[in-house]
Design a protein around this ligand. Structure first.
Ligand code: HEC
Ligand code: HEC
Ligand code: HEC
Ligand code: HEC
Length: 162
């Protein structure tokens, strides 16, 4: 038998960090839907600068994309595909792949995006970083630093080189 690879799904896909800390000193997170289920449906902003009440300071530099290239008005748990379908926010890698197919194919071969976990897929799954572990979807140019997913064995291959 062969275990399929497991792609990391970072917390930032479903919640945001607050300045408050829990008893162990870890930042308390609030789920996107906690606020957005209470918000009346609003149209997507035309630019990041329109965000004043919350998410202030969001920067955006991603080709000529608009907020609606990815977001679904009124649904923070979903993303909008080019063909009009919506997918779960957690499946963000499928969104990236429709425009960056070459990188996705390199990723599937293990030549982009790094790899952890079991090298022998009959013993356990390979663990893969998510595109958004390394690339902020709003400012995707690679900023450097280490992805947040910690290695769990010595098979870690660093970084994302091509
Ligand atoms: C603490 C409450 C809160 C949380 C948590 C939160 N949001 Fe928001 N969000 C807001 C508010 C308030 C606005 C409107 C800001 C404005 O227009 O000035 C907003 C605006 C947005 C918008 C612009 C479109 C719209 O509906 O106005 C998007 C997209 C968005 N949020 C996505 C998310 C995602 C994704 C998460 C989780 C990763 C999240 N939000 C978490 C409160 C929140
Ligand atoms: C390429 C796809 C893409 C585009 C274009 C995009 N977003 Fe997002 N956005 C995401 C994803 C994916 C998340 C989930 C959290 C993360 O990975 O940062 C997110 C999260 C957010 C959040 C909540 C958390 C945060 O990062 O602050 C807000 C607010 C938001 N987007 C607003 C916008 C606005 C406003 C625009 C247009 C100026 C926009 N987004 C354009 C993909 C996109
Ligand atoms: C609708 C098409 C589309 C989607 C969806 C999309 N991108 Fe892009 N992306 C572009 C375009 C267009 C550019 C800029 C053109 C170029 O210079 O290659 C770009 C540029 C980039 C770059 C290079 C940035 C730079 O300045 O060097 C990265 C990295 C990137 N995208 C990652 C992502 C990730 C990660 C996702 C998913 C969250 C994503 N993209 C989703 C179209 C898209
Ligand atoms: C472990 C971190 C990591 C992951 C995961 C990752 N990348 Fe990258 N990516 C990088 C680095 C580093 C660069 C810039 C250096 C380079 O081009 O080799 C880059 C560059 C890119 C570029 C710009 C390349 C160019 O030729 O201009 C795109 C587009 C891109 N990545 C898309 C993706 C997509 C889509 C995914 C998910 C399928 C992904 N990346 C996953 C680290 C990562």
């Amino acid at each position: 038998m062969s275990y399929p690879p497991v792609i990391n799904r970072p917390e930032k896909l479903t919640s945001v960090e607050t300045p408050k800390k829990d008893a162990l000193g870890r930042p308390i997170r609030v789920a996107c839907v906690t606020c957005h289920s209470l918000r009346p449906d609003a149209p997507l902003p035309q630019s990041a600068g329109e965000l004043r009440e919350f998410h202030e300071g969001l920067r955006f530099t991603h080709g000529t994309l608009t907020c609606a290239s990815c977001h679904v008005p009124g649904r923070v748990d979903q993303l909008s595909m080019a063909d009009g379908r919506t997918i779960e926010m957690l499946d963000v890698i499928e969104l990236c792949s429709q425009c960056h197919g070459q990188k996705r194919r390199a990723f599937d071969r293990g030549a982009h995006g790094g790899m952890m976990g079991y090298w022998d897929s009959s013993r356990g799954p390979k663990l893969r970083h998510n595109c958004v572990d390394c690339h902020d979807p709003h400012t995707p140019a690679f900023a450097g630093g280490q992805p947040v997913l910690r290695p769990n064995d010595r098979g870690l291959r660093q970084g994302g080189g091509h």
